[in-house]
Ligand binder design. Structure first.
Ligand SMILES: [Zn+2]
Ligand SMILES: [Zn+2]
Length: 143
């Protein structure tokens, strides 16, 4: 029986220096739903005390570059981060309040990676954002 790798092991495995703030950050992103930077910073601070916003940005950048977290940035919204990576899922975003939810790939095994013309690129990701109104905002609009 081998224990699942700890967060610290994952950071080390990705070639990153392990700090209490990075461990807290990765756990916060994984446990949250598409958090923005402010929300992530406040969760990290709840756990490890004061961490500068600059340090949070740097850690987010390093973890995103290492593929441990994913950055999503719907047009006109602040960047958000999530722990669900490598599965080519998509997002639905509310035009009114900006709430974001995960949407599995529309037709199974990432067939939407098949561009009609790949221009010779080796494509590994398709970023699709569905825009509309969330249930709360559509109810508010219709009442
Ligand atoms: Zn909404
Ligand atoms: Zn997502």
């Amino acid at each position: 029986m081998t224990a699942p790798p700890s967060i610290a092991d994952e950071l080390r495995g990705a070639g990153l220096r392990v700090t209490a703030a990075r461990v807290a950050l990765l756990e916060s992103v994984r446990n949250g739903d598409q958090l923005d930077v402010e929300a992530i910073a406040s969760r990290v601070r709840d756990r490890v005390g004061h961490v500068s916003l600059q340090a949070v940005y740097e850690a987010l950048h390093a973890l995103t570059a290492a593929g441990l977290i994913r950055r999503i940035e719907p047009a006109g919204s602040p960047a958000r981060y999530e722990g669900r990576v490598m599965d080519n899922h998509h997002h639905v975003v509310c035009r009114s309040c900006g709430v974001v939810a995960d949407v599995d790939c529309a037709t199974g095994e990432a067939p939407c990676l098949t561009a009609s013309d790949d221009h010779g690129f080796s494509i590994d990701e398709a970023e699709v954002v569905y825009w509309g109104l969330c249930p709360d905002c559509s109810t508010a609009r219709n009442s």
